[in-house]
Design a protein around this ligand. Structure first.
Ligand code: ADP
Ligand code: ZN
Ligand code: MG
Length: 478
């Protein structure tokens, strides 16, 4: 039987840091990359007798995430202690939410393989604290508590995902939303956006779920896709050989590109959840939800729809321009004074994204401001400079940080539309090329391009090609 007879069923659990300045239950900084144990205090080091105080901003960001994902916001939720024993968690429990998450239900909409929209439903979003980090050296294990107590949300999807590509689309969309609403920076490489993948397979047409495995340790989109593909194939082969799937936790090995089961004692947890006695219930009145809703920035899907509807961009173009909020903001900033939004759209999709890619920097670091880009493009629209000249000017502006107007003047890039000058160059050329002129008049239309090229050359490449065309046509007709 071929793999086509089976269907993959996937549910994702995403953990992401919330972009608060201070930690979830104490005033320590959340800044990444500080020296070990610089951002710590008795609370986040789990000293006996300390009391947690909930960070209001973390709650607001969690609610923002919930609203962006169309969740129901719980008016009352409680925190629970999740017990486990590991050196990076000195309290021996993590403060999390179990039966009453702050957000329930909701969905993330993705484009499935055939381009049709598909809703991936969410089970819940809950708030919890991160643990510290164990660092194993040759003769010792060290613990860094900087990350301990950094606020996280966990976003749990229903098992609605059916392929590695859909999982990737879901993660990209979710990450985009969280970045747009400034809930999370989505930096996978810094561990602030992490994902556990639950995978099972079943025969097509069967409605019961198969036994799942959970894959941990996935810190890039590519690994998520590869791990799913590997695991789906492994499960199908296992079933086809007449064996059963064991419900277990696997780790992705990025070097061997395969998943392998963790030893059972590594995941056989009994969390013994119970309500956190040191925190009162978390109450979120409707007025607070409304306040947060009003302060929400536009979501990527809404921007995409607006670009298609109002600017006449294609769905592909709108997707490229809105993939990062920074790109979309730059595009809108650059197109403010333009006649045609498409001038800016094309510029951003080619020049801006290429340069940002090449330098590996943020647009704001690598490029002139959106306003100056817009000023340059306005000169292209007004036919004061050619598109090529704009590229030259832009490259110079990146280095000099001078304005568009100044740069165009300094480099002498202004296009000559002066009809007198162009007409005189045309006259000179036609006088110097009597044979070609005769050939043209005898019917060799192709020579028109030659004449345009020669006039352009005579004018140092700066003449407005449209004006050359018009003047030459008149003269050749006459
Ligand atoms: P567990 O109790 O093992 O943590 P949950 O029911 O909490 O399992 O689900 C965790 C994640 O696994 C969710 O994202 C859910 O959608 C997904 N999931 C649950 N059952 C399956 C299954 N049979 N196949 C694939 N994913 C599943
Ligand atoms: Zn602290
Ligand atoms: Mg679970």
């Amino acid at each position: 039987m071929s793999n086509e007879a089976y269907e993959a069923v996937i549910g994702l659990e995403v953990h992401t840091h919330l972009m608060t300045k201070s930690k979830l239950f104490c005033g320590c900084s959340t800044e990444f990359g500080r020296a070990p144990n610089e951002n710590v205090c008795p609370v986040c080091m789990g000293m006996p007798g300390v009391l947690p105080v909930l960070n209001r901003r973390a709650v607001e960001l969690a609610v923002r995430a919930g609203l962006a994902a169309h969740c129901e916001i719980s008016p009352r939720s409680i925190f629970d202690r999740k017990s486990y024993f590991y050196p990076d968690l000195p309290k021996n429990y993590q403060i999390s939410q179990y039966e009453t998450p702050v957000c329930r239900g909701g969905y993330i909409e993705i484009q499935s393989g055939d381009g049709a929209p598909k809703k991936i439903r969410l089970v819940r979003i809950h708030i919890e604290e991160d643990a510290g980090k164990n660092i194993h050296e040759a003769d010792a294990s060290l613990v860094d508590f900087n990350r301990s107590c950094v606020p996280l949300i966990e976003i749990v999807s229903e098992p609605d995902i059916r392929s590695a590509a859909e999982a990737s689309a879901y993660l990209h969309e979710l990450r985009g939303i969280l970045r747009y609403i400034e809930a999370s920076d989505g930096r996978m490489e810094e561990g602030s956006f992490r994902c556990d993948v639950n995978v099972s397979v079943r025969k097509r047409g069967v409605s019961e779920l198969g036994v799942k495995t959970e894959i941990k340790n996935l810190n890039s989109f590519r690994f998520v896709e590869k791990a799913i593909e590997y695991e789906v194939n492994r499960q199908i082969a296992t079933l086809e050989s007449g064996s059963r799937i064991a419900q277990e936790t696997h780790l992705w090995d990025p070097v061997r590109e395969e998943t392998r089961p963790m030893r059972s004692k590594e995941f056989a947890n009994d969390y013994r959840y119970f309500p956190e006695p040191d925190l009162p219930p978390l109450l979120i009145p409707p007025a607070m939800v409304e306040e947060i809703r009003r302060a929400m920035p536009e979501l990527p899907s809404d921007r995409r729809a607006r670009y298609i509807r109002d600017f006449g961009l294609s769905s592909y173009e709108a997707g490229v321009l809105t993939a990062e909020r920074e790109t979309a903001d730059y595009f809108e900033g650059a197109s403010v004074g333009l006649k045609n939004r498409r001038t800016a759209a094309n510029w951003v999709m080619t020049e801006v994204l290429r340069i940002a890619n090449e330098t590996g920097q943020q647009i704001s670091e690598a490029l002139p401001s959106a306003r100056e880009a817009g000023a340059l493009l306005a000169m292209v629209e007004a036919q004061q400079i050619s598109l090529n000249a704009a590229k030259t000017a832009f490259a110079a502006m990146i280095k000099s940080r001078k304005s568009a107007v100044e740069t165009v003047a300094e480099l002498g890039l202004a296009q000559v539309s002066d009809t007198v000058a162009i007409a005189s160059a045309c006259d000179k050329l036609l006088a110097a090329e009597p044979e070609k002129l005769a050939e043209y008049r005898a019917g060799r239309d192709k020579l028109f391009g030659f004449f345009v090229g020669q006039v352009m050359k005579a004018m140092g490449g700066k003449a407005n090609p449209k004006v050359i065309n018009e003047i030459l046509k008149q003269k050749l007709a006459g």
